[in-house]
Design a protein around this ligand. Structure first.
Ligand SMILES: Nc1nc2c(c(=O)[nH]1)N[C@H]1C(S)=C(S)[C@@H](COP(=O)(O)O)O[C@H]1N2
Ligand SMILES: [Mo]
Length: 500
C-alpha cells in the first residue's frame, strides 16, 4: 500500500507542479464517470449529492490501497508477480488517460511514470522485507540490520504518501475551485461577432495544422511553474499609474461590457524559423482601448505594463493599444472560457505583438507608465523592449526528410504578418527563381494565411525555401538570426528526397 500510494502521490504532485490537466487520478476518475451507466451515476448523485466527486476519489483511494495490498502479498510470495499486477493496472490507467479530451504525450508519460514508480517501489520494499527474513539479524560488516532498513524505507514512503498527498490535495482543491467556476461560466454573445471564415481559407491537407488551433493543441509558454489558480469571483483588474482616474473592474463588470470576437494568431518570440510556438484562436474580449478611455492616460505615458497574478509583466506600447486594432482583454478562447493554462479568467491578446510584450495571462493590473521609467519581465533578461511580430512563413507539407515520389509534389504551409496581412508567398527550389504560391484568403490580416503550390519534381535531393511578403510590400528577412533579442529571421528551409 505504501509503494502504490507513494507512486500515486508522486503522479499527483508532478501534475500539480506542471498542469492540473495531467493528473492521472483525474484522468482515471473522469474515465470512470464517463464509463458508468447512467443508472449508477444517478444512484451515486442521489446517495452522495454534491459530495459525489469526493466519494469517487475516496473510492479510488480504496481501490489503490486494495491493489497495493494484493500486489504486495503476491510480490512477497513470488518475485515480480505483484509488479506484474501493478503493470496491468498501469495499462488500464494508461487506457483511461487516452480516453480523455486533454490526453497528450505529457499526460501519457506521467501516467506511465506513475505506474513504473509503483512497480519499482513495490519491488524495492518487498525486496527489503524479504532480506529481513533471510539475512542474519546483525550483519557482520557493520551495516544496518535488514529489519531496520525495511522499516526505514516503509516509514519514509508512508510519510511521503501522507504529506505529499496533503499537498497534492490542496493543489487539487485550488485548481478544482477554478475549474468549477470555469464550468459554470456562460460567455455572453459578442456585440461585435467575428466575420465568417472565408470558404477556401483552409487548404485541409494532411500534415497541415488546422486554420483555427484547438485549445488542447495550442502552444503554451509562460514562466509559471504551476498554473496560477484564479477564482473569477475575486478577480479584479486595476488600471493604475499615469491615468486621470484609476479603474477597477470585476469579472462580472467585464462580462457585462460589449464584447468583441476575433480570430487572432499569437506567436512567441522564441519561435524558431519553421517552429510551432504559434497558434490561431477565436478570442472573445473587451477592447483594451475602451478600458483605457475610461481611465484616461495622462500625456507623456507611452507604455502599459500588464501584470499577472504571479507577478509576471509585459510592456506594451500605449499607442498600439489605442490605434484601433483588436487588442482584447480576453475571456473566451474558441467558444469556451479561457483554459486555466491560457490565462483563466482573463488575459490580453494584442494582434501584431509577440506574446512576451503583450499577451499577459491571468492579468490583474494595467499600469500606465513610460518606457523610460519601467521595464517588464523579459527586458533585463536579454530580450528587446519592443516586440512586433516579424513577417514569417513555414512549410508544413511535405515534412522535411521524408521521401516522396516523383511527380507533381504539393507544398503547403502558413505565413503570417499580423496586423498587416500577407500579400504573397513564394517558394524556391535549390535557390532557383522564387515561384508564387497559391495564397488562400486569410480570415483577417491579424491571422495566419495558408498557401500551397504544386511543383513538378524528378528524382533527386532538393532544398526548398519559402518567403512571404506582407500587404505593405515588405519582404520577409532572409538573414539567419536567432530568436533573441527580438525574434528569429531567415527562410524556412526543408530538404526533400524525391524517389523514382
Ligand atoms: N502571466 C504570464 N503571461 C504570459 C507569459 C508568462 O510567462 N506569464 N508568457 C507570455 C508569452 S512569452 C507568450 S508567447 C504567451 C503564450 O500564450 P499561450 O501560452 O496562451 O500560448 O503568453 C504570454 N503571457
Ligand atoms: Mo513567448
Amino acid at each position: 500500500m505504501v509503494a502504490v500510494g507513494s507512486a500515486a502521490v508522486l503522479g499527483e504532485l508532478l501534475a500539480g507542479f506542471f498542469s492540473p490537466a495531467l493528473s492521472p487520478v483525474t484522468a482515471v476518475g473522469g474515465a470512470v464517470i464517463d464509463a458508468v451507466p447512467p443508472g449508477v451515476k444517478d444512484w451515486a448523485v442521489a446517495l452522495f449529492g454534491t459530495a459525489d466527486k469526493v466519494a469517487l476519489l475516496a473510492g479510488m483511494a480504496l481501490v489503490i490501497a486494495v491493489l497495493g495490498a494484493v500486489a504486495g502479498t503476491m510480490e512477497y510470495r513470488r518475485r515480480f508477480a505483484g509488479v506484474a499486477l501493478v503493470g496491468v493496472f498501469g495499462l488500464v490507467g494508461l487506457a483511461a488517460v487516452l480516453t480523455r479530451a486533454q490526453a497528450n504525450a505529457a499526460a501519457v508519460l506521467l501516467a506511465a511514470l506513475t505506474a513504473a514508480a509503483a512497480g519499482i517501489l513495490l519491488r524495492l520494499l518487498v525486496g527489503r522485507l524479504g532480506n529481513w527474513r533471510t539475512l542474519p539479524p546483525e550483519p557482520a560488516n557493520g551495516a544496518a540490520p535488514a529489519r531496520r532498513r525495511f522499516l526505514q524505507a516503509l516509514a519514509g514512503g508512508a510519510v511521503f504518501t501522507v504529506m505529499g498527498g496533503a499537498v497534492a490535495a490542496i493543489w487539487r482543491g485550488a485548481a478544482a475551485v477554478a475549474t468549477e467556476a470555469r464550468s459554470r461560466i456562460t460567455l455572453p454573445a459578442p456585440a461585435s461577432p467575428a466575420a465568417a471564415i472565408p470558404a477556401g481559407a483552409e487548404a485541409g491537407f494532411a500534415g497541415m495544422q488546422p486554420l483555427v488551433t484547438p485549445n488542447g493543441d495550442f502552444y503554451r509558454i509562460d514562466t509559471a511553474l504551476t498554473v496560477p489558480v484564479v477564482d473569477p469571483a475575486t478577480w479584479v483588474l486595476k488600471v493604475t499609474g499615469m491615468v486621470e482616474r484609476e479603474v477597477e473592474l470585476t469579472f462580472t463588470d467585464l462580462l457585462a461590457k460589449p464584447l468583441t470576437e476575433r480570430h487572432i494568431t499569437i506567436a512567441c518570440v522564441s519561435n524558431t524559423v519553421g517552429g510551432d510556438l504559434i497558434g490561431n484562436a477565436l478570442w472573445l474580449g473587451w477592447p483594451v482601448q475602451e478600458l483605457l478611455e475610461l481611465a484616461g492616460p495622462k500625456p507623456g505615458a507611452d507604455m502599459v505594463v500588464s501584470r499577472s497574478v504571479d507577478g509576471w509583466t509585459a510592456g506594451t506600447p500605449l499607442e498600439v493599444l489605442q490605434d484601433g486594432r483588436d487588442a482584447l482583454l480576453a475571456v473566451g478562447m474558441n467558444g469556451e472560457p479561457l483554459p486555466l493554462e491560457h490565462g483563466f479568467p482573463v488575459r490580453l491578446v494584442v494582434p501584431g505583438l509577440y506574446g512576451y510584450v503583450s499577451a499577459t495571462k491571468w492579468v490583474t493590473e494595467l499600469n500606465i507608465t513610460k518606457f523610460a521609467d519601467d521595464t517588464a519581465y523579459w527586458t533585463p533578461r536579454g530580450w528587446s523592449e519592443r516586440g512586433p511580430i516579424k513577417i514569417s512563413s513555414r512549410i508544413d507539407v511535405p515534412r522535411t526528410g521524408r521521401p516522396v515520389k516523383a511527380g507533381t509534389l504539393m507544398f503547403a504551409g502558413v505565413a503570417w504578418a499580423q496586423h498587416t496581412g500577407i500579400g504573397t508567398v513564394e517558394l524556391r527550389v535549390n535557390r532557383g527563381p522564387w515561384q508564387r504560391t497559391e495564397l488562400a484568403e486569410g480570415i483577417s490580416p491579424d491571422t495566419w494565411y495558408q498557401w500551397k503550390l504544386g511543383v513538378d519534381m524528378t528524382e533527386g535531393q532538393y532544398e526548398v525555401q519559402v518567403r512571404a511578403t506582407d500587404l505593405a510590400g515588405e519582404v520577409q528577412d532572409g538573414q539567419v538570426r536567432p530568436v533573441a533579442p527580438d525574434g528569429a529571421t531567415g527562410f524556412h528551409t526543408i530538404r526533400v528526397d524525391v524517389t523514382p
